[in-house]
Design a protein around this ligand. Structure first.
Ligand SMILES: NC(=O)c1ccc[n+]([C@@H]2O[C@H](COP(=O)([O-])OP(=O)(O)OC[C@H]3O[C@@H](n4cnc5c(N)ncnc54)[C@H](OP(=O)(O)O)[C@@H]3O)[C@@H](O)[C@H]2O)c1
Ligand SMILES: *[C@@H]1O[C@H](CO)[C@@H](O)[C@H](O)[C@H]1NC(C)=O
Ligand SMILES: *[C@@H]1O[C@H](CO)[C@@H](O)[C@H](O)[C@H]1NC(C)=O
Length: 325
């Protein structure tokens, strides 16, 4: 082998080695340490055909839960269903179920909830995980990210709340993002356009995504207040920066730029599911209902993300836009 070649291999080896150590030290993050078993419990995970939702569903099924994969595509949902059963060696078990749910359609959310309440008798955990990074409109004319990331989950949670209450102690876990820190809620725009913003440039799209993730945090803040005195608790969280399909609708240039970065600096989806699992399973966090977690740890929020007035206003507007009142 030529010297050049050996040096080259040595350098590649070092880069991979350092990357590996770096990944383990700084990227991987904490793991959910709960050993809770979930036999006899029923959980719903939205957007569980891929990404961290799928890994969350796999772990919950492994722990014995009855898992409802709530996904918008029947085809992708059924492929995921087969995978969850396969990796957990559940064989012919009927404990993992696909149910169609398009969060971008109020009608679909209502149909899902009716179907679920009719065919299932419990609900112990609702994991609002699905999310989209794409500007546009839902079939009800809501801004796409506002409609899917927030309103769809808002309506779903409300329609299932009575069931959660009867099955308490139960939990609602909503996957937000650290990006909520850059978010704002433009109530004027919401009132006139049923959207958090109307722009479609890259930065405007990122802004509206962050806005929708702030909605997730404020929703959880207000929900906790409304759940006081019940046995239902709720949490929002940042899962980490994860190598998933979330940027599937971004430009190809951006995707190409992100690829090498995501490989080393982003968590894989299994690592990305850990904070969701922590919020879903960890004993003793009931007193932290309404709070926000990251890296399996409760975090402080900026005032705008725990603003009582904004949270209540968003809740009341969401009731109207989702047709709840
Ligand atoms: N990846 C990150 O770095 C990161 C960082 C912070 C927060 N998050 C949040 O983590 C959550 C999970 O994202 P991920 O990274 O796992 O992304 P992902 O791989 O893109 O998965 C997103 C899931 O949401 C589903 N979904 C999208 N629109 C839907 C709709 N209208 N109705 C029902 N399901 C819908 C997708 O279904 P289809 O396959 O049918 O599209 C998919 O199953 C999201 O809430 C995201 O905002 C991610
Ligand atoms: C998560 O927290 C642990 C300690 O609690 C820390 O060592 C690690 O660097 C953190 N990881 C991330 C990705 O924040
Ligand atoms: C978003 O990406 C998915 C997967 O690549 C694709 O099927 C879908 O058509 C894209 N949507 C838009 C509006 O670009």
């Amino acid at each position: 082998m030529s010297d050049m070649m050996s040096y080259f291999l040595l350098i590649v080896g070092c880069v991979i080695g350092i990357g590996y150590i770096f990944h383990n030290l700084f990227v991987k993050g904490n793991r959910c340490t709960s050993t809770a078993k979930l036999h006899g419990k029923t959980v719903i995970v939205t957007g569980s055909n891929t990404g961290i939702g799928k890994k969350t569903a796999i772990t919950l099924a492994k722990r014995g839960a009855r898992v409802i994969l709530a996904c918008r595509s029947q085809q992708r949902g059924e492929i995921a269903l087969a995978e969850v059963i396969e990796v957990n060696k559940l064989g012919r078990s009927k404990e993992v179920v696909f149910m169609q749910l398009d969060l971008g359609s109020l009608k679909s959310v209502r149909t899902f909830a009716e179907n679920f309440l009719k065919t299932e008798d419990r609900l112990d955990l609702l994991i609002n995980n699905a999310g989209i990074l794409l500007q546009g409109k839902t079939e009800d004319g809501l801004g796409m990210m506002f409609g899917v990331n927030h309103i769809g989950h808002f309506l779903l949670t409300n329609l299932l709340l009575e069931r959660l209450k009867t099955c308490g102690p139960s939990r609602v876990v909503t996957v937000s993002s650290v990006g909520h820190n850059f978010g704002k809620i433009d109530f004027k725009c919401l009132n006139t356009h049923k959207a958090l913003g109307t722009g479609t440039s890259f930065w405007q799209t990122m802004q509206i995504y962050s806005d929708s993730k702030l909605c997730n945090v404020l929703f959880t803040h207000e929900l906790a207040k409304r759940l006081q005195g019940t046995k239902v608790t709720c949490y929002s969280l940042h899962p980490g920066a994860i190598n998933s399909e979330i940027s599937r609708n971004s430009s190809n240039v951006l995707k190409a730029l992100l690829k090498p970065i995501t490989a080393f600096f982003f968590k894989n989806t299994e690592q990305g599911a850990q904070t969701t699992l922590h919020c879903a399973l960890q004993d003793g966090i009931e007193g932290l209902s309404g709070r926000y977690f990251s890296n399996c740890t409760v975090r402080d929020l900026y005032p705008k993300a725990k603003d009582d007035v904004a949270a209540k206003k968003l809740w009341e507007l969401s009731e109207r836009l989702s047709g709840l009142v």
